[in-house]
Design a protein. Structure first.
Length: 254
């Protein structure tokens, strides 16, 4: 990995007392900018210069800001115990480029090799701010390192099951997905729905304890028995394909 040093001049003496124990992620909140731009903006704040230690542009180039051992200026109360990493872009409205994601992974490898498996935070987790923006893939970026997850496929954390679709930490969310012949429904956080009813296009579906969509089967749920067709749709107010009567809620009429 190449860290580009453009030779920024700091306006005074930096304090070389930084002891990195965490990584704090930021966005530039600017669609197009260079490491020099950020340096000049921070000089204009009356600071010594760029407050971050690293900057990753949209092409995936990694630039050095402050030296790693210099106290930063990017997150109050964390400046002497962290490394600040800033990404070009405004992730309230934009999405990160694939090049930035790849560069981020390389940078994290570099940082971990030097400082150990230190935790990663988004700026907004440590300070009242929207940084690094709603579209920033914060959970994926944290998971990549904290759990060292990079394998495509199913993974489980304290909240539930999720499915990584590539080694950059992208995962299914807000959608139905057919995986190994079974249908699953992922919520907006990326977790597979489990033990719940779901209404979609006026049809009712049920996601079972193993997250699989119920289909071509009868299921007992909260004391009632329900039947699902080959598409996973609940039979409602009709006779099922095997000839039983169900009511308007889909419950079997005994
Ligand atoms: Zn920030």
């Amino acid at each position: 990995m190449n860290i580009i040093d453009v030779g920024l001049n700091f306006n005074g003496s930096l304090t070389y007392e930084n002891n990195p124990q965490e990584i704090v992620l930021h966005h530039a909140e600017a669609s197009n900018c260079t490491v020099q731009d950020i340096h000049s903006w921070h000089l204009a704040n009356g600071w010594l210069g760029i407050g971050y230690h690293f900057f990753i542009n949209k092409q995936g180039n990694i630039y050095r800001g402050r030296p790693e051992n210099a106290v930063g200026s990017h997150c109050p109360k964390h400046n002497s115990i962290s490394l600040g990493v800033c990404f070009e872009g405004d992730f309230m409205t934009e999405n990160m480029t694939q090049e930035q994601i790849s560069a981020y992974k390389e940078l994290i490898k570099y940082i971990r090799a030097k400082y150990g498996d230190i935790p990663i935070y988004g700026h907004k987790e440590l300070y009242s701010t929207e940084c690094p923006g709603n579209n920033f893939p914060l959970e994926a970026f944290k998971d990549i390192v904290v759990n060292n997850i990079s394998e495509i496929g199913w993974h489980k954390d304290a909240t539930g099951w999720y499915y990584l679709t590539n080694t950059q930490g992208w995962y299914y969310k807000d959608s139905w997905q057919k995986i190994d012949g079974e249908w699953y429904s992922f919520d907006s956080e990326g977790y597979a729905r489990q033990f719940v009813w779901l209404q979609d296009q006026a049809k009712w579906y049920y996601l079972k304890d193993n997250c699989k969509m119920a289909k071509v089967e009868w299921l007992w749920v909260d004391g009632e028995c329900y039947c699902f067709n080959e598409h996973g749709e609940l039979y409602v107010d009709c006779f099922t394909s095997d000839g039983y009567r169900v009511d308007q809620t889909g419950a079997w009429i005994q």
